[in-house]
Write a new protein. Structure first.
Lengths: 312, 312
């Protein structure tokens, strides 16, 4: 049976996992643990538990339980309970009951009947920092994700406050994979934080797996202003430390004008394929219709999954 | 198959349900909804949901799920989350998702694989009031349960702020029962609040079921100071409106002195059988060893259940 590992954490991972879980494969997801905002941030600082938001999202994407437990997991309380997601509270309680995030996730996988494993990239306490082109340092994932006054200044690099070491099962999954899927997701706040953990980039480079990067549909203000497909690829390669991505999937289908206008208000624009840009290494760029347009533009989980399964 | 209904709500119901669920019977529990303290009180006032604490306790007592979900259900968060019980949050979320407490309980029964039904006595919003012998009115279940300065003044009567009507399935269960078990539990704050709901006492009186009252082990300061077994029975009969209890089970086994001293500090004393007291109606008083002594004195679930099942 084919083994596929998805590396990411945010809503992008949710999308691709939902597509891939329909295939008869061994699926796992390596999840960033840099999140420090919202419900997750509160639980992280008040309970000292590991970040639960991205883990929850991936568990849910892999869940085969279509009943009430699934609905519960996505339910969000009102302000009275700090807007906590029920799933986050469940993961927090499980961490306290079982004594570890590792056991908590295994229990949640059983409860949700997941078709795959969720593997936090590390159990070390990580804090994500960004250095801007001006030299200024932005501290914390949320402050990078939602820029305050520095959205126009490009990010020079992101790094972890202190070294963190990879979860051995994440390394194992990458090592044994037939396909490694990087992304889709916010470049500096969801994808690269995984590559910053000691052992991960090395494991990807050394794995004999086919490596696929799924490029973002839209640029993200404050993170990837004006980035082309090639810029995304180059950054991933830079943080991996060596060119090793075999295929880059990027969307070529158009997005309706009204929707583009909405995005433009948030200074977000479609990611273009720009042949004039130099790239490092050799890689196959595959442009195709990968978009699913509703009131927002998201990757199309089935189309992406079908393409990945067909790369064989 | 024999149908048994337990009427109560608090930890006493938890005990008797745990004993009875081991028998091959149709078991249900009619639960008071007067609770307005602690985690339940906060959720009740902030989310406008029905009280969940006693429902949670009975669901757990009936649960056949011995795994993590059971542990989760009893888990209590720290002060950061107002000391909420995870089970209470789950029931609150289920009420919001399913749109009703009724559906929420049915879903929770499935999740916990309960061996029996939990039936709130009413879905109306109830508030319990007590009139003391001095004429003073104490408002709210928690204020009656944990008296402030009035613990020495006897309760003259308890009543609901406004009329509440019984849940039709609670009436049905009482109507169809072979045995109705009233108690054990705090007389004025767990047991009688059920009898104050329109339709319940009448249903009990008119049911052809055998009616058993399980008398408390200890008096409760501020509620049942100096009460003998006969006083408990008389009060139950008074609130039922007519003598109809067939058997009263009371404990005759002794409680260790050290433990009695601890209880005495809280002005709680063993409930005595007092032949000199007059009773209304005819009833069989059955004294036996029904106590389970640990660091506290509780009813013994197996001994109680065995006696009830043997009442023929």
């Amino acid at each position: 049976m084919q083994r596929i590992v998805v590396i990411g954490g945010g809503t992008g991972s949710f999308t691709i996992l939902q597509g891939l879980k329909k295939y008869d494969i061994k699926l796992s997801c390596v999840v960033s643990t840099a999140d420090d905002g919202g419900s997750t941030g509160i639980l992280r600082s008040e309970f000292g538990v590991l970040p639960v938001g991205d883990v929850r999202r991936c568990l849910l994407a892999l869940s085969d339980n279509t009943g009430t437990l699934n609905k519960l997991f996505t339910y969000r309380f009102g302000e009275q309970l700090s807007g906590h997601s029920f799933g986050n509270l469940l993961l927090t309680a499980l961490q306290e009951i079982t004594g570890s995030m590792e056991s908590a996730i295994r229990e949640a996988e059983k409860i949700l009947k997941t078709r795959g494993k969720v593997l936090p990239v590390t159990f070390d306490d990580v804090k994500l920092f960004a250095e801007l082109e001006t030299g200024a340092i932005v501290k914390g994932e949320t402050n990078i994700d939602v820029p305050k006054h520095n959205g126009d200044i490009p990010i020079k690099r992101v790094f972890l406050e202190k070294k963190a070491y990879a979860y051995h099962k994440a390394i194992e999954a990458i090592h044994n994979a037939d396909v490694i899927v990087i992304g889709p997701g916010d470049l500096y706040t969801s994808i690269i934080p995984n590559l910053l953990v000691e052992g991960i980039s090395e494991a990807i480079i050394n794995s004999s797996a086919k490596k696929v990067f799924i490029c973002n549909l839209m640029t993200k203000y404050g993170e990837t202003n004006d980035y082309a497909v090639q810029d995304f690829y180059n950054k991933i390669t830079e943080y991996l430390g060596k060119p090793c991505v075999d295929h880059v999937l990027y969307n070529t289908n158009s997005i309706p004008k009204e929707l583009l206008l909405k995005y433009a208000e948030k200074k977000q624009f479609p990611v273009k394929f720009d042949k004039t840009k130099k790239i490092t290494g050799t890689v196959e760029f595959i442009g195709d219709d990968f978009v699913n347009v509703t009131d927002i533009a998201r990757h199309h989980s089935e189309k992406l999954a079908r393409k990945i399964m067909g790369l064989g």
